[in-house]
Ligand binder design. Structure first.
Ligand code: ATP
Ligand code: MN
Ligand code: MN
Length: 310
């Protein structure tokens, strides 16, 4: 029933109109009972998940972690368009040396798979407008040795602060060690803010949390400041900063996916590694826990005042 069956002996595979070279190239090695994941598998994942993924990456400048020979090979973080960039990707001029790239449709996502693009890291901007922020991301980074329960507690502390400011809070796994708490923000003419305000808001909220529990939280990037604490990384919120997109795979062992959660799932026993490129068909059959993400978007203006940010 695959919409993109192999055609012919040479193993040519076409997914969403994009022809894959080396479709059988292994990108993630087999783990236990789980078979290796090939480039064709990744392309089919992007095709299957496009409806959930595109609202978060579509038409936003996107950095891509490319691992053309798989996660055990060489990897690089691609920020700009490169020579021979697939015509299915949109080029976005952000007054940088060279344009950035963005997917705008499923063909763009599959073109990213074709080039060995394993991770998607979009700007937190409004689609089609790189100068306007449309979300704030609190990236919770635990020091080594902390339990995931500590990350969960931190996410709930961020949520409580946001709710006290009348702001919505959404949570996702990263496919890694932490969680991201994300606030969708409005971009209409009355509500829109600058990138500097966006970052200042995130910083002010992070500082408030640190001041209230300096033994649990740090806002200092340096790893040595972390000492058994959670780094509330507010730096994801300036112009050109990125965060991994919900539904993006991770180029790490275990083929995890950064996965959008409901707050009810954020409790002891939550196992972020359960969301991965082997389990995604059942994940896609469930309702989207972030269905209300964009409709919940709020203005930050009052919160900026409340936190004393100008
Ligand atoms: P984890 O839960 O393991 O921390 P993460 O995706 O949050 O996973 P971080 O290292 O905290 O990983 O990075 C947060 C975001 O910052 C990334 O998703 C990425 O978009 C961006 N980022 C991190 N490192 C780099 C880098 N070296 N170059 C560019 N962007 C980066
Ligand atoms: Mn992180
Ligand atoms: Mn971080």
């Amino acid at each position: 029933h695959s919409p993109s069956a192999p055609s012919g002996k040479r193993g040519k595979v076409v997914v969403a109109g994009v022809t894959l070279s080396n479709p059988d190239k292994i990108l993630w090695p087999a783990v236990g009972d789980h078979p290796a994941i090939t480039k064709a598998d990744l392309a089919r994942y992007y095709e299957a998940a496009a409806e959930r993924l595109l609202p978060h990456v579509g038409d936003r400048p996107t950095s891509i972690i490319r691992a053309p020979d798989g996660i055990d090979g060489e990897m690089f973080f691609q920020r700009h368009a490169m020579a021979g960039s697939n015509p299915r990707l949109k080029l976005i001029d952000v007054q940088a040396r060279t344009p950035y790239v963005a997917a705008v449709d499923v063909g763009g996502l599959v073109a990213i798979a074709q080039s060995g693009g394993l991770e998607l890291h979009p700007w937190g901007c409004k689609p089609g407008d790189p100068e306007v922020p449309d979300q704030v991301t609190f990236d919770l980074d635990p020091d080594e040795g902390l339990d995931f329960a500590d990350v969960i507690a931190a996410a709930k502390a961020v949520k409580a602060k946001l709710e006290a400011l009348d702001l919505p809070a959404f949570v996702k796994t990263t496919g890694g060690k932490g969680l991201h708490v994300v606030v969708p923000i409005r971009t209409d003419a009355r509500s829109r803010i600058t990138w500097d305000q966006n970052k200042a808001f995130a910083k002010a909220l992070a500082e408030t949390l640190r001041a209230g529990a300096p033994d649990r939280f740090t806002t200092t990037l340096a790893k040595k400041a972390r000492g058994g604490k959670i780094f509330i990384d507010y730096l994801r919120n300036g112009r050109m900063a990125t965060a991994v997109a919900p539904w993006s795979p991770r180029a790490r062992p275990g083929a995890g996916i950064a996965f959008p959660l409901s707050w009810g799932q954020v409790r002891s026993g939550l196992d972020p590694s359960a969301f991965n490129l082997w389990t995604y068909p059942s994940l896609l059959r469930k309702p989207d826990p972030w269905e209300d993400f964009r409709p919940s978007a709020a203005s930050l203006k009052k919160a900026l005042k409340a936190l004393g940010v100008t």
